[in-house]
Design a protein. Structure first.
Length: 195
């Protein structure tokens, strides 16, 4: 009895890499197919949005469903053609469609993500403490009694200080009134010119 060693099935030979004018032609075909695929995808998503908005009793719905299915089939066939061209060109490790992303335009104005982050920081840093303070005030209620009065010795000292400040204010007012009066007298006196 002989045992036959079974190994992995032989891999098919890879197609030869294309170069020269054939490569240019294949590249042009690939870019044309990718452009067609992009257009089909745009139309497919448009039809998908129409179907989502359309009610099931709409008489135009079956026609759109038919076009939607046909477009899906065409997209699958085109993707297969793109993959076959990529394999022929030696791009078998490349993604199925190598559509280039749209160039990013510089933004004018603040970054929306930054605005959201800053508003969260504002809410946490300012509004939360204010809400906590307000809740404490409501929880505790208003104070029932006033703070305790100062001792009599301190109160009498503050009374004397208040009287002294009032006396100083009166004296300063008298001095300023005197100054205004003297200025008025000097301004009204006729000038004497020497002869």
């Amino acid at each position: 009895m002989t045992f036959v060693q079974q190994g992995a099935p032989p891999t098919p030979p890879s197609p030869p890499l294309v170069s020269g004018p054939d490569a240019m032609l294949l590249q042009q075909q690939l870019s044309n197919l990718q452009a067609q695929l992009a257009g089909m995808r745009a139309e497919y998503s448009s039809l998908q949005r129409q179907l989502e908005r359309m009610s099931s009793s709409n008489p135009g719905r079956p026609a759109i469903l038919q076009r939607h299915a046909e477009l899906g089939l065409q997209m699958a066939q085109t993707e297969g053609q793109v993959a076959a061209l990529q394999v022929r060109m030696g791009l078998k490790d490349a993604p199925q469609t190598s559509t280039q992303p749209a160039p990013q335009l510089p933004r004018r104005g603040p970054d929306p993500d930054m605005v959201v982050g800053l508003s969260f920081l504002l809410a946490i840093g300012v509004l939360v403490p204010l809400a906590v303070a307000r809740a404490r005030r409501i929880w505790k209620g208003t104070p029932k009694e006033f703070p305790p009065q100062m001792p009599d010795a301190s109160q009498s000292r503050f009374d004397r200080l208040e009287q002294a400040v009032d006396a100083i204010a009166i004296e300063v007012e008298r001095v300023s009134e005197s100054q205004r009066f003297m200025t008025k007298l000097i301004a009204e006196r006729p000038l004497v010119t020497p002869h």
